[in-house]
Design a protein around this ligand. Structure first.
Ligand SMILES: [Zn+2]
Length: 258
């Protein structure tokens, strides 16, 4: 018998904390997780594993950051009303993040008074923060609902095409199965090739646009960041389509103006 075993990452929920989210540009509630590396047999592991690190996930934009649980006064098991959440988990949040919060106030009130250096850093930052999410997505193949529909379509083709072929040409039964199989595989492969683009459009571009919108970045500023990402070999540099980002930024600008 073939036994599947090895090590895998085990994520264990520790609770919730308040902290600053640079993508939302605001203090937010976070879910705190412990990451361990544990032995598994058939992907089942019983221990929480050796400590690899901690991460916090913003409950609003779902961006994941490294975390250090000792930074917090307490980790609460359930979400609390916001003021209680801050008081209990990160009572000096506003002092600890004072400089950044002042900068964010300037971003909201008057983004064009920022120094060129601050603007560049603030525009570049969300790309770098979202880059690990993009790298993770493109490191392995993923299913989304369209791939699921393509698989269902392939099954439907395998049922219907040979049946139709049998009526038209009863002697060529095998050909119908081959045609259905070929069409089904082509359909699934085509949809799998599109998953990356859909992921960027649904899970990266809207988050980036939401984050960048208050800065009203120019195409030149965005192109400069993309060129830098390409040079540094971030997947984001090639997978992100700037026209899609421009379109979302325009939509959000209209939304906030209207
Ligand atoms: Zn966030």
């Amino acid at each position: 018998m073939f036994i599947v075993w090895g090590r895998k990452l085990v994520y264990r929920k520790l609770g919730h904390v308040a902290d600053f989210c640079p993508i939302c540009r605001k203090p937010r509630p976070f879910a705190l997780q412990r990451i361990g590396s544990a032995g598994h047999v058939y992907y089942v592991s019983v221990s929480q594993g050796e400590l690899v690190g901690f991460e916090r996930t913003c409950l609003k934009c779902r961006t994941v950051y490294n975390a250090e649980p000792t930074h917090y006064a307490k980790v609460v098991p359930k979400l609390l009303p916001w003021n209680d959440m801050v008081r209990q988990t990160f009572p000096n949040l506003h002092e600890a993040w004072a400089d950044r919060l002042a900068l964010e106030q300037q971003v909201r009130d008057n983004p064009h008074t920022l120094s060129a250096q601050d603007r560049h850093a603030l525009i570049r930052n969300p790309f770098l923060l979202l880059s690990p999410k993009v790298e993770k997505q493109f490191a392995s193949t993923h299913m989304d609902k369209e791939v699921g529909f393509a698989l269902l379509g392939a099954v439907a083709l395998l049922v219907t095409v040979p049946a139709i072929a049998h009526v038209i040409a009863p002697d060529e039964g095998g050909l119908g199965v081959l045609v259905a199989l070929g069409l089904g595989i082509a359909l699934v492969v085509w949809q799998m090739a599109m998953t990356g683009g859909r992921f960027m459009r649904r899970q990266v571009v809207p988050v980036l646009a939401q984050c960048l919108q208050p800065l009203q970045p120019t195409p030149g500023e965005l192109q400069a960041v993309m060129a830098e990402l390409k040079t540094l070999k971030h997947k984001m540099g090639t997978k992100l389509k700037l026209p899609e980002l421009y379109a979302q930024l325009k939509m959000k600008a209209r939304g906030s103006a209207g």
